[in-house]
Ligand binder design. Structure first.
Ligand SMILES: C/C(=C\CNc1ncnc2c1ncn2[C@@H]1O[C@H](COP(=O)(O)O)[C@@H](O)[C@H]1O)CO
Length: 188
């Protein structure tokens, strides 16, 4: 993998699942996203957990020198950090809503990996904010195993039926390096 130093270190918010999913490729790609952030001197901002896809991205980042900020509601701390999470700056929030706001507020851009309800909630929040023009940060979906294809189809359906604006609120990346480069270019 390439080891180019980025021009400006970014705070990259990664939304992804607390579970591993059904395909090891999700964890492999998540680890590589974390690795790429470390190699290119960016900060990982994420949901603080040590489990599933979240744990994999954090381990990739930590093992490649990325500073990490984990944002988590107090009530989830025990459940999602029971599996050892790497050392990180911790931000405790009162609930999930505040967590999302804090993560969005810190981010220069978003990378979205496979996940469940929480990830979908976070993704839809930033996609709708961009559609309303109240969020300028770029959003990149990383798509291992074509995971996001049904989501992309659903959005096309909403546009076709006249319920959502056309126009690209996010891009699909070819892989971890492509995703990080996109955020760098949009922040140049
Ligand atoms: C319950 C509320 C909103 C909708 N649900 C969620 N909103 C935000 N974060 C959530 C929600 N459900 C789970 N989470 C957390 O997100 C992370 C990823 O979860 P995933 O389901 O594995 O993708 C994880 O930390 C979840 O605990 C009220 O605002």
């Amino acid at each position: 993998m390439e080891e180019t130093k980025a021009v400006r270190p970014l705070s990259v918010c990664v939304f992804c699942g607390a579970s591993p999913g059904d395909d090891p490729v999700y964890l492999e790609i998540a680890y590589q996203v974390g690795e790429m952030l470390g190699r290119r001197r960016h900060r990982l901002v994420y949901g603080a957990g040590g489990t599933g896809v979240m744990g994999a991205v954090a381990r990739g980042a930590a093992e490649h020198g990325a500073p990490i900020t984990g944002v988590i509601p107090s009530f989830l701390r025990e459940r999602e950090m029971s599996v050892e999470a790497p050392a990180q700056e911790m931000v405790l929030t009162k609930d999930l809503f505040e967590r999302k706001q804090r993560m969005i507020g810190m981010a220069d851009g978003f990378i979205v990996l496979p996940g469940g309800f929480g990830t979908l909630d976070e993704l839809l929040e930033v996609v709708s904010m961009r559609a309303l023009g109240v969020c300028a940060q770029p959003i990149v979906l990383v798509n291992p195993g074509s995971f996001w294809n049904p989501f992309v189809d659903l959005l096309k359906h909403l546009v076709k039926r006249g319920f959502a604006p056309s126009g690209d609120s996010f891009v699909l990346a070819d892989g971890p390096l492509d995703a990080v480069r996109h955020l760098e270019q949009r922040n140049a």
